[in-house]
Design a protein around this ligand. Sequence first.
Ligand SMILES: [Zn+2]
Length: 213
Amino acid sequence: MNLIFLGAPGAGKGTLAGIVSREYGIPQISTGDLFREAVKDGTELGRKVKGIMERGELVPDELTVALVRGRLERPDTARGYIMDGFPRTIPQARALDGFQRIDTAINFRSDDAVLIRRLSGRRVCRVCGAIYHVDNIPPKVEGVCDRCGGQLYIRDDDRIESIRNRLRVYREQTEPLIAYYRGLGLLREIDSSRSVDDSAAQLRPILESLRGR
Ligand SMILES: [Zn+2]
């Protein structure tokens, strides 16, 4: 099961990728994790990534693809994997096609209003980093961390202007991937505007049909 999860920020693809990873015993691969791991390991690629991130620049496609390629050579991907947040652009998707056979790309669809509500409700503890959500995982006392009593705040990324910007970048760069995978006959779509359980329920028959092949 070589899977790609597509969807806007807040569409829930990371959460669902985690669930599928546990249920099917296949790894969830995110470029954010790969970047952090490479930097920590101090490999040649890692040193390049570190410099780029320290300058606040975007990691170029070539480097990102090289890291993903290395990751896919590890034995834990033998039965499949879930790509969460990669490919992000058409050139990345084309590069991936050069060395991998993708079974299905699943697009998690939600209205902007739902995405904005989800992203803007996120609260983070200043002290221990615990994550809350005003609707889904509210703290017992508003503005206070359950675990450590620290103050909760809204990350700059989760402020409304930043959210609108993230959604705009997504539409421009990543949404063309939906048409790309549709053109290859590999696209499946899920309505992820309701609960995580609801999305998981839509996902299962798709995954079962792949496993049955
Ligand atoms: Zn805390």
